[in-house]
Design a protein around this ligand. Structure first.
Ligand code: XBP
Ligand code: MG
Length: 252
C-alpha cells in the first residue's frame, strides 16, 4: 500500500543547480577574492559530490592543485558555505527558481488524498524552507511532515542514510513509500534504502544511469503538457498522478 511520497529537492522539486546553487557559489568566491569560477560544464562535474562543503573540498583537491590550503582550510570551507547559503536563500527570495512541471499539482493531489509527504535531501535545511516558502507559500510543515536535510546524517547521498532517517522519523518502512529523485547519487541513496523510485531528469542528469527504478521521465507533466517517457512504462498517461504512482508502486 502506498502511504507516503518522499521527495528529493534539488533537480526534482525544482531545477536549482545551474541557475541557483552554482550562481550562489560563484558570488561568494568573487566576494572572498578567490579566482574560483564554476562554469556550467565544470559544475556538472562537481555535482558528482553531494553537499556544498564537500563539493568545495572536492573542487580544491581535484581541480586546483595550485591552491595553497591555509591551516584553517576547514574553517574557510564552512565560512564560504554559510555565505553561499545566504546568497542562495536571497536568490530564491527574489523568485529565482520555480517548481518543476507537475510538482505543485502532484503535491496538492497527494495532500488532499491524505498521502503522507516527506523530503530527503542533501541540501541545507534553510534552502528547503526558502524554496518551499517562495514557491508553495506558507509553512513547509503544512506540506511535509518530515524534512530530512543536509548535515543531520553522517553520510550524504549516495549513502542511504537520509532516507533511513526520514523513514524512521515517519515510522514507516520502505515498502510503504515511493521516492522521487533526479540523479544517480539520489537513486543510489533511495534504492539503497530499498525504496521504489521514480526519476525525473534534468539537463545535468539526462545521461545518468538509473538501475532498478520504476520509470524515468522528463518531468511529472501537466495536463496538455505530457511528460516524455525515457525509461519504464506509463500506460497511456501524460502526467504523473496518484493513480500512476500507485500503479508503479504495486507493479515494481
Ligand atoms: C543536491 C546537493 C546539494 C546542493 C547544494 O541535493 O547535492 O549539495 O547541490 O546545496 P539533493 P548545499 O539533490 O539531495 O536535493 O550547498 O546546501 O549542500
Ligand atoms: Mg537531486
Amino acid at each position: 500500500m502506498l502511504n507516503a511520497l518522499i521527495f528529493d529537492v534539488d533537480g526534482t522539486l525544482a531545477d536549482t543547480e545551474r541557475d541557483g546553487h552554482r550562481v550562489a557559489f560563484n558570488a561568494v568566491f568573487r566576494e572572498m577574492g578567490l579566482d574560483w569560477d564554476w562554469d556550467v560544464a565544470l559544475y556538472g562535474k562537481l555535482l558528482a559530490v553531494t553537499g556544498g562543503k564537500e563539493r568545495i573540498r572536492y573542487y580544491v583537491d581535484s581541480f586546483r592543485p595550485d591552491f595553497a590550503k591555509p591551516r584553517d582550510f576547514d574553517d574557510l570551507v564552512v565560512a564560504l558555505h554559510k555565505a553561499k547559503t545566504r546568497h542562495y536563500v536571497d536568490l530564491l527570495g527574489r523568485g529565482g527558481i520555480p517548481l518543476r512541471s507537475g510538482v505543485k499539482r502532484l503535491l496538492s493531489e497527494a495532500r488532499e488524498a491524505g498521502m503522507r509527504l516527506a523530503i530527503a535531501t542533501t541540501t541545507t535545511p534553510e534552502n528547503v524552507t526558502a524554496l518551499l516558502g517562495n514557491t508553495l507559500g506558507g509553512d513547509p510543515a503544512e506540506w511535509f511532515e518530515v524534512i530530512a536535510a543536509g548535515d543531520i546524517v553522517p553520510a550524504k547521498k549516495p549513502a542511504p542514510d537520509i532516507y533511513f532517517w526520514a523513514l524512521e522519523k515517519m515510522g514507516l518502512t520502505a515498502t510503504d513509500c515511493l521516492a522521487l529523485e533526479d540523479s544517480e547519487n539520489g537513486v543510489l541513496a533511495s534504492t539503497g534504502a530499498k525504496l521504489k523510485t521514480l526519476v525525473t531528469v534534468n539537463d545535468y542528469t539526462l545521461n545518468h544511469h538509473f538501475p532498478g527504478v520504476v520509470a524515468v521521465l522528463s518531468d511529472l507533466g501537466e495536463p496538455g503538457q505530457p511528460f516524455r517517457l525515457i525509461g519504464g512504462e506509463a500506460p497511456g498517461q501524460e502526467c504523473v498522478d496518484l493513480d500512476l504512482l500507485r500503479h508503479w508502486h504495486a507493479a515494481a
